[in-house]
Unconditional design. Structure first.
Length: 370
């Protein structure tokens, strides 16, 4: 069962170029650099999925939210996790509705079957009937199929795709490449409108070449100090520029340390807001106690990170590294793609944007718009 593409609706906003898209994102408080804006524009103009990889908290998820808001599209989100399967990602059958349907048909069928003296004839009669149990009316749609069936264009966010198994990636390929979903009992549903697809990955594992081949690719990193200050003041207008600069500089210092979790942009925004509260209560934001309060309350989430940061900020030398494990010991550590050079296509777009290559986007610290 194939549904053709419908004509673009009035709500199907398109951007002329990266500059126009950048301005539209800026209006919804998402600060993107020129290069990243060009890449996002290409993804929307070509109707190609865009895979964003990079550390957590640099604005990958927020890009999809802001793009949907800027274009007036509905956001359809598939949050990935370990163990995600097609019943949660694509569709499942509404067994309760099917059972009610069968119960309504039972009396009518009983009368018709009673007319057959031979069981084999009755069985053949039932087998030839189409009870309509496997039709679109009995489908419980999940995010992927919802984006395909939507008559209005949407933004489909497949968030943290690296948390799933490779088998789940295979389920995505038909949606990413052909914009369609095949249901064995019914047939193939082709997208009724062209969704913009954004996939995000925190680099916890390498994604399959088959998935990457079907996407445009961009690697997001932490923004430059100037852009991060713009992000903080855009998302938290109550924060003065000087306060934002102090908090951003503190976050940059922390990110240079070997922490278990570096401060995300959303946490920097929280820290800046905390600094405003501290200042309003009479605590100087430049004092050591205020910095410590911000550090503990907003920027760091692990006790070991707090201890390390306190020692470095106080000028205390860090403890010597732990001795190497003995031969044969299980010394395996979790290796992430972030520890290796990123395989990006950024170089393709050089010359289309600004010179600042330190990262883009905004964090996830903005309250959800209702």
């Amino acid at each position: 069962m194939t549904a053709p593409h419908t004509a673009p609706s009035l709500a199907d906003v398109r951007f002329a170029d990266g500059i126009e898209l950048k301005a539209a994102l800026r209006e919804v408080d998402y600060i993107a650099d020129d290069e990243f804006s060009v890449v996002v524009h290409l993804a929307t103009a070509l109707d190609r999925p865009l895979l964003l990889e990079g550390p957590a908290g640099v604005g990958k998820t927020e890009l999809a939210k802001s793009l949907a808001e800027a274009a007036g599209r509905r956001l359809v989100r598939l949050q990935c996790y370990e163990g995600l399967d097609d019943n949660r990602a694509l569709y499942e059958w509404d067994y309760a509705k099917q059972l009610l349907h069968v119960q309504m048909l039972r009396d009518r069928l009983s009368e018709q079957v009673a007319a057959f003296d031979d069981v084999a004839d009755a069985s053949r009669f039932l087998a030839a009937q189409d009870f309509g149990l496997y039709s679109e009316a009995f489908l419980s749609v999940r995010p992927l199929l919802e984006a395909i069936l939507s008559p209005e264009p949407v933004v489909l966010l497949v968030d943290e795709v690296d948390r799933t198994e490779e088998s789940m990636e295979a389920l995505l390929l038909e949606v990413l490449a052909e914009g369609q979903v095949t249901i064995p009992e019914i047939g193939t549903f082709t997208a009724r409108s062209a969704p913009w697809v954004i996939l995000t990955s925190n680099d916890t594992r390498e994604l399959s070449p088959a998935l990457k081949r079907r996407c445009l690719h961009y690697h997001l990193d932490y923004p430059t100090p100037e852009r991060e200050r713009d992000i903080v003041t855009a998302r938290a207008p109550e924060v003065e520029s000087a306060v934002a600069a102090d908090v951003v500089e503190l976050a940059r210092t922390l990110r240079a340390l070997p922490l278990r979790k570096s401060p995300s942009i959303a946490e920097v925004i929280d820290a800046a807001r905390a600094a405003v509260v501290l200042k309003a209560t009479g605590v100087a934001v430049t004092s050591q106690s205020a910095i410590r309060d911000i550090l503990l309350a907003a920027l760091l989430k692990y006790t070991s990170d707090v201890d390390l940061a306190r020692g470095r900020l106080d000028g205390v030398a860090s403890p010597p590294p732990a001795p190497a494990p003995e031969a044969g010991a299980d010394s395996r550590e979790r290796v992430t793609v972030a520890s290796r050079p990123a395989n990006t296509t950024t170089a393709v777009f050089r010359g289309h944007g600004g010179r600042d290559r330190g990262g883009i986007g905004v964090g996830n610290g903005r309250p959800a718009r209702r």
